[in-house]
Design a protein around this ligand. Sequence first.
Ligand code: GDP
Ligand code: K
Ligand code: MG
Length: 296
Amino acid sequence: MENFKSGFVAIIGRPNVGKSTFMNKVIGQKIAIMSDKAQTTRNKIQGVLTQDDAQIVFIDTPGIHKPKHRLGDFMVKTAENTLNEVDSILFMINAKEGYGRGDQYILDMLQNVNRPVYLVINKIDLIHPDDLFPLIEQYKGKLAFEEVIPISALEGNNVTHLLDVLKGNLPEGPQYYPEDQVTDHPERFIITELIREKVLQLTREEIPHSIAVVMENMEERDNNSLFIQATIVTERKTQKGILIGKQGSMLKNIGKYARQDIEALLGSKVYLELWVKVKKDWRNKQNQLHEYGFRS
Ligand code: GDP
Ligand code: K
Ligand code: MG
């Protein structure tokens, strides 16, 4: 097609501002996992939006924060590299919370990035319109934003406008991905993320985000059903107990809800077998990062 536009857009912002929700709204499929817990999204997930005249490839960057351990360093480095490669950056904030230290850390990082940054004020459904202007004033002096765009990712308000603005800024380019492709991550990654999401949702505050889910085996069986074996890796024995629960009740629930989501995603019957393994201090073992699927 003539004048077809395409490019990459990074979504950046403190944990829980609504990055995954936005992505899912735009792509219309559950690819980036959502949870009330901070830092659910650890790897970058791409969502691909294909329209008649443009294709936008979204990158859902991990919640950026001051690194507390080596996995943190790794995450920040990944985010920095990503930001210098994209066409536009969406800096998303929570309209209800306003400016905070977490934002300053991101803004400092953005000072060194030479890409157009849009200030996206999300969750406007939670505030009175009168409160929007002071919020904009609060942020405006902190970075030369290309534009300020208030939205509600949850309800969809102004999301189309935001997409139009992004499209307007994209260069002419090829369609990178086929129309029906919404993510370039292998299904196995999405599956382990769905399992991890269920762990975080069901265990609430008891299990930290440091858990990992490793795919052990995934094979198709007769009449299109899928057999999946995965291991939940924790750092402490006590966490293993919580994850398994009384007579295996917790693990059973995690498996049940994860299976439902995976079946909905793949459209086929799924048998899911979950295991729990304790691996002490895995976060600080740099050489184990690759084993768990982290890449820079
Ligand atoms: P992320 O950590 O930035 O990816 O944030 P999530 O997308 O996981 O969202 C965190 C929480 O905020 C979830 O409970 C969402 O339902 C909620 N949320 C996201 N966008 C909106 C919005 O526009 N309005 C409201 N009211 N809640 C939202
Ligand atoms: K989250
Ligand atoms: Mg997220």
